[in-house]
Design a protein around this ligand. Sequence first.
Ligand SMILES: N[C@@H](CCC(=O)N[C@@H](CS)C(=O)NCC(=O)O)C(=O)O
Length: 255
Amino acid sequence: MAEVTLYHWEPNANSGKPMLALMEKGVPFDSHYIDMLNFDQHRPEYLAINPQGTIPAMTHGDKVLVESTAIMEYVNECFEGPDLMPADARDRWRVRWWMKFMDQWLAPSFSMIGWSVFIGPVVRQRDPAELEAAIERIPMPERRVSWRKAIYGTFSEAEIAESQRRVAMGIAMLEKELGKREWLGSDSYSLADINGFNLAYAIPLSQPELSNDELTPNLLRWLRAIYARKAVKDCWALGRTDMVKRVTILEQERI
Ligand SMILES: N[C@@H](CCC(=O)N[C@@H](CS)C(=O)NCC(=O)O)C(=O)O
């Protein structure tokens, strides 16, 4: 049994962040798959670890850690292996700036689109009474509202349009920033790249009119460079659903 256990869903978004940080550092961990579409994150066994009922969570010995970006920083500081934060203070500021921007601003927009396009339609097929019972078990009231909107397809047009506006703006900002240097936060690969990849890997697939080799060459170069890393391949091999196939768009020479 490893010292670290990671409770995660597919190796993307918030789950993928600590998973990839652990793999980049070479830290062994026990992987505990939480099936988000089966509402495993709201079952008592998991709520005993993270009472908020969100994934990921990590245990290290008797310590319980939640919040994916904060877990990544903990992993980077606590374990040997390549440093995933730059040495220079201004570079570290930039890494943290981008992580905050992605976590607070961009990720919720991606997430709303993802919930309305993928998650909702998959979950909606289930027995309505079972779904209602599952919604009632969600501990955070605001999450109950989001799940209801996803399941019953009731995100408003204005909400979706605002998310799309933010995604388009985020793509343009990433393209501009990646035109300045090889990696997002500094001249070395860092937590900002891990954070950004987990959010942006499927952009060329889901937003082909906004992101392709002609319009966003820097974004594409960056995504492919991260996808080429061994840790990324090992991480994505832990996926269990067809969702993991989306990342293979980055194998195409031209998009
Ligand atoms: N700020 C938290 C957000 C965690 C989060 O929202 N995770 C999503 C999956 S990416 C989740 O648990 N969704 C399931 C739910 O809300 O029931 C973090 O970064 O860890």
